[in-house]
Design a binder for this molecule. Structure first.
Ligand SMILES: O=C(CO)COP(=O)(O)O
Length: 135
């Protein structure tokens, strides 16, 4: 599965710790991230991550494009609900596309944990059928 990992600055440490805790699950998948988030996770783990541009420079839109092209199966996006972001429209667009394409998306760590456990259990296998039928 193709997973996107994204975190706003005040949530990056949480996502890095999450990636360390769940490295064994994450390493079985293709990982993608916005620039700074991906760099931070790679520094702290042995995970290989394809890094898009930093969020404010278009990274959220690049991940949105991957969703629209059916290349993303799950998104863990730890948003900071207490800080205004200069690229708020990009953030909204990314979340919207998850809803348009029915992509499981977690915006906080509690849901992220549930999604990752579901992934490990095979609950997201239906995504393979969706992808096969859209190719
Ligand atoms: O801003 C972001 C998501 O909206 C995250 O971008 P970075 O991972 O580059 O900090």
């Amino acid at each position: 599965m193709n997973l996107a990992l994204i975190a706003h600055d005040k949530k990056k440490e949480t996502l890095v710790n999450f990636a360390i805790a769940y490295e064994n699950i994450l390493k079985k998948h293709n990982l993608f991230a916005t620039g700074t988030t991906g760099k931070r996770i790679m520094e702290a783990t042995s995970l290989e991550i394809h890094c898009f541009k930093s969020g404010p420079l278009g990274g959220d839109q690049q991940i949105g494009s991957a969703i629209a092209n059916n290349h993303m199966d799950m998104v863990i996006f730890l948003r900071d609900p207490m800080t205004a972001q200069p690229h708020e429209p990009d953030i909204q667009a990314l979340i919207r596309l998850c809803d348009v394409y029915m992509i499981p998306v977690a915006t906080n760590i509690a849901t992220g944990e549930i999604l990752l456990k579901a992934l490990e259990r095979g609950d997201l296998e239906w995504r393979n059928f969706v992808k096969e039928n859209n190719e």
